[in-house]
Write a protein that binds this ligand. Structure first.
Ligand code: HEM
Length: 435
């Protein structure tokens, strides 16, 4: 069984719908103050235990970057026991992640990627009232503390359409985790071993990830935050100019994503949208690919959801070791329906990954499954929706396939950080450091 009372709530629980969320980043200028901050936030962070509490959908989580652990004076041996990718940090991994050109770290929003972000506090709630109720104690934890500086904030909120900014329902597919008590969304998938998502437990490869001391990593997990700007007007213009009429526009959008905008999967309704299916959590993720659609006539191999989770489809490699928990929240105003010209507003997704293996989960999916096509026999093709641009999407069709070439880049990275979200005991261990 998982030690739920020691795991931060944000690790295991899907975010509520609708939601409001806020991300606050801190720099630690004084290690004693940093340790005091850990002591105080440990009291406001909610645990994954007691899922039936009325506050279960509202939580505060805290995560640290590698530089944050250094700023707290964590001993060298302990620092070295974290994963290589985490120690490098996201900005240093830019080439491998496809963060080049406009997405390159030199163009990121400051202070993301500069080494100044040490701690990130995240609060998520179904509404403003409850968000304030959990934020206030968190604020008291850092207000009037010298040696700690709040240096960045991002507010997020569900759009009135309850979709991500391109207009698709988000937050549908979640893996089941053994021992978590929280069901996954696909009844056809076997639950994944807890060690895929939380350190200190057996994972799918039979290994157990540990840090030195073991208590520091146990019940903790890696978290990737990425602020992803979405070029919504360009996405709409592309659909309009590439399609043969409004109906084809929607079909094309669905072929790029693998789901209609309502969330209904092409796998279950390949020819037209079915909003009732899209909204039904018992049916909208109940499918596999191989037996019914090996060649991708319904859901193209190159679509976003088949790339990021090929399920049982025959690919190079094993899909189960590249899964992730996602906690994406939207930011910025929606682009009013029908508008095709960019209004200059910043809008997009604060993408959040949760998993115990940064390298074989987040980095692998980003570099091999989103920005490459070799794994399913499509050469250098890229994800048509979230890839780094210039790709091709092949839509299998009879008598001749359809090919979209030179697809523009619709998503630009504005910055991000690799973090570690410790267990509650580990937060107190950090608070008690004496070095
Ligand atoms: C702005 C960028 C992005 C947008 C607009 C976006 C949008 C979506 C949407 C609409 C879905 C389908 C609904 C759902 O299952 O929740 C989805 C699924 C998913 N996305 Fe993204 N996404 C983005 C970036 C990413 C990135 C960067 C990754 C990974 C590195 C990723 C990984 C996934 C995964 C794993 C799924 C679930 C696939 C499944 O199990 O069927 N997404 N995304």
């Amino acid at each position: 069984m998982l030690e739920l009372e020691d795991i931060q709530s944000g690790v295991l629980r899907p975010r509520p719908t609708p939601y409001v969320a806020t991300y606050i980043a801190f720099r630690i200028d004084d290690r004693k103050a940093g340790r005091e901050l850990m002591r105080r936030v440990a009291r406001v962070v909610t645990s994954a235990a007691n899922p039936t509490s009325p506050l279960a959908d509202t939580w505060v989580s805290v995560a640290l970057t590698y530089e944050g652990f250094r700023a707290l004076g964590v001993p060298r041996e302990a620092l070295d026991s974290f994963s290589w990718e985490f120690r490098r940090g996201m900005a240093a991994r830019a080439q491998d992640l496809g963060d080049t050109g406009e997405s390159a770290p030199e163009n990121w929003e400051r202070p993301l990627g500069t080494g100044d972000v040490h701690v990130i506090i995240v609060a998520v709630s179904p509404d403003e009232g409850r968000l304030e109720a959990v934020l206030e104690p968190a604020r008291q934890a850092y207000r009037n503390m010298s040696g700690i500086e709040a240096i960045w904030r991002q507010n997020c909120h569900a759009l009135p359409t309850e979709t991500e900014p391109f207009g698709f329902r988000d937050g549908i597919s979640h893996p089941a985790i053994e021992g978590s008590g929280i069901p996954g969304s696909n009844p056809k998938e076997q639950p994944l071993k807890a060690g895929e998502f939380v350190l200190g437990y057996t994972d799918e490869m039979g290994g157990v990830q540990k840090t030195i001391p073991e208590l520091l990593g146990r019940n903790g997990t890696y978290v990737v935050f990425r602020k992803l700007h979405q070029r919504v007007a360009e996405f709409r213009r592309y659909l309009k100019t590439s399609a043969n009429g409004p109906e084809d526009e929607e079909l094309l959008a669905a072929k790029m994503m693998g789901r209609w905008r309502s969330g209904a999967p092409l796998a279950l309704c390949p020819f037209h949208d079915d909003p009732a299916l899209g909204a039904d959590p018992h049916r909208n993720n109940d499918f596999l690919f191989q037996e019914d659609d090996a060649a991708g006539f319904k859901t193209p191999g190159g679509s976003h959801i088949r790339r990021t989770n090929p399920r049982d489809a025959r690919i190079a490699g094993v899909a189960r070791i590249h899964r992730m928990l996602r906690r994406g929240t939207a930011y910025g105003p929606p682009l009013p329906e029908g508008v095709l010209e960019d209004d200059g507003a910043e809008r997009g997704l604060m993408f959040a990954f949760v998993g115990a293996h940064l390298g074989r989960q987040f980095e692998f999916v980003q570099s091999q499954w989103i920005n490459d096509g070799v794994f399913f026999g499509a050469g250098e093709d890229r994800d048509p929706t979230t890839g780094s641009g210039g790709g091709t999407l092949t839509v299998p069709r009879r008598p001749v396939r359809r090919r979209l070439q030179g697809i523009p880049q619709f998503v630009v990275t504005r910055g991000g950080e690799y973090c570690f979200m410790p267990g509650l005991r580990a937060l107190r261990w950090l608070a008690d450091l004496q070095t």
